[in-house]
Design a protein around this ligand. Structure first.
Ligand SMILES: Nc1ncnc2c1ncn2[C@@H]1O[C@H](COP(=O)(O)OP(=O)(O)O)[C@@H](O)[C@H]1O
Ligand SMILES: [Mg+2]
Length: 450
């Protein structure tokens, strides 16, 4: 079973995100003792550590390791009130440029599957860490304390719609509400006003709110430098009842939903893999199955035998593989006609062909003659022309003619592109990324053909 993930987010600071995330973990654990509850924060205030750490901590890892392939169970530390937490990290932001929006999802997809609840506290910023947390969330809670923070919710709702589990995952929760202030008119107080605004914008709200309380505010100011939980230290406040009420709503939500966002993401990824495999099998099936130079079979029953080169004609319409030796000897005969097999120059040339790109094309001046002269171009890895030779090699001519359906007219400006491929993974040349890279290369190469 995958965990149910709750992300607390708001682009505004000081709206009560951390207080909500940390205390909610305790209330949820108290209500459902058998459910593992795990908490971590992408903020660098260490509130989570200050509230939950027992003793000096055992140092399993930090939230940064969630992005480096460690499993979540290797990072959690058992904290106060039975809540598991992952220690915060002061240098998290240095990872910023190295991570993508789905890394956390990948880490959580690999988790052992003990179910339970994960609560993620975020920074007041839609940065890449918050984006990761929104992407995986079954539930996004946005605490709002005024109309400005409510207006700001729009960006999170938009993000949830495009990159997360959708708008339906979002709940607004009025927090730090001062119920003593009354208005004239349709909205009697700040709470009613916020709810009215939220509903008008099509956002769903939790039942209830979290009041502003000086007792709660005082819980993080003490000589020990700890943060005390509401459940033990502010039991006689409204906030205690409000957290308990909120936690009950969340437990009901969890029991009511059998699907988990992480499970859906895993499924979508598996489907994508299947589609990719299928597309690859189709590409392999469409290949010219023999080496065009020696006619020996290369592709057999969906498998590609040991080869050295991949070639493409007609801009991806016809393609196949060729033996290392067959193609290397054609190329060296073209570029170094006087050399012999075993020749040092030829060996050196053979070595360097592994990174370069080659193109075979009928030369302009022989286009109207049956005897074809073939131009062979050599490009460096960046697609810059290195050298050009002509050949009348019969095999090359046959190959060119064959690729263009035996029709000389169709050969016209067409070319055969050749590049070395990894003998251990020849199908890499058929991956969509490789095809995209080739198309880019072709536009660069074409302008340099004579
Ligand atoms: N219900 C509350 N009543 C009074 N003060 C609160 C309440 N919740 C949070 N605070 C205080 O408000 C400040 C901001 O809260 P915090 O949870 O850190 O917000 P955020 O994580 O959104 O920046 C903190 O000083 C916190 O102690
Ligand atoms: Mg915070």
């Amino acid at each position: 079973m995958d965990p149910y993930i709750i992300t607390v987010a708001s682009e505004k600071g000081g709206v009560g995100k951390t207080t909500l995330a940390t205390n909610l973990a305790i209330y949820l654990k108290a209500l459902a003792e058998d459910l593992p509850v795990t908490l971590f924060s992408f903020d660098n205030h260490f509130s989570v550590d200050k509230m939950f750490r027992i003793g000096t901590g055992s140092g399993h890892g930090t939230v940064a390791e969630l992005f480096t392939g460690r499993r979540i169970e290797e990072l959690t530390e058992l904290g106060q009130n039975g809540v598991e937490f992952i220690p915060s990290n002061r240098q998290l932001s240095t990872l910023r440029d190295m991570i993508t929006g789905d890394l956390l999802a990948r880490t959580l997809q690999q988790s052992r599957g003990g179910g339970g609840i994960i609560i993620i506290d975020t920074r007041p910023d839609l940065d890449i860490f918050t984006q990761n947390a929104l992407h995986v969330a079954d539930r996004i809670i946005i605490p709002v304390k005024d109309t400005a923070s409510l207006e700001n919710s729009r960006y999170i709702v938009d993000f949830a719609t495009t990159h997360g589990g959708g708008r339906k995952t979002v709940r607004i929760l009025p927090c730090l509400v001062d119920a003593r202030i009354h208005f004239e008119g349709p909205f009697k107080n700040a709470l009613q006003l916020l709810r009215g605004y939220a509903i008008n914008r099509g956002y769903r709200c939790y039942e209830g709110h979290i009041s502003k309380s000086s007792k709660v505010e005082s819980l993080n100011t003490n000589p020990e430098g700890r943060i005390f939980p509401v459940i033990h230290h502010a039991r006689n406040t409204d906030v205690h009842l409000q957290f308990a009420h909120l936690a009950r709503q969340i437990i009901v939500d969890i029991k009511d939903t059998s699907e988990r966002r992480i499970g859906q993401l895993r499924l979508a990824e598996e489907e994508q893999h299947l589609r990719r495999d299928h597309a690859l099998q189709q590409r392999i099936g469409d290949l010219v199955p023999i080496c065009p130079l020696c006619s020996e079979k290369i592709v057999d029953d969906g498998a590609i035998a040991a080869v050295g080169y991949f070639w493409v004609a007609h801009h991806e319409q016809i393609s196949g593989y060729a033996h290392d030796d067959c193609l290397a000897s054609l190329l060296s005969q073209t570029f170094y006609p006087t050399s012999h097999p075993g020749d040092a120059l030829r060996e050196l040339f053979h070595e360097t062909t592994r990174r370069d790109h080659f193109v075979l094309q009928r030369t302009q001046r022989s286009r109207n003659y049956p005897q074809q002269e073939i131009a062979c171009y050599r490009f460096d890895p960046a697609g810059r022309l290195l050298s050009q030779r002509t050949t009348e090699d019969a095999t090359a001519q046959q190959w060119l003619r064959h690729c263009f359906g035996g029709n000389l007219e169709r050969v016209a400006d067409g070319f055969i592109y050749i590049s070395h491929c990894d003998a251990d993974l020849p199908e890499e040349a058929l991956y969509p990324e490789a095809e995209r890279a080739r198309r880019e290369l072709f536009t660069r190469i074409e302008t340099q053909l004579l």
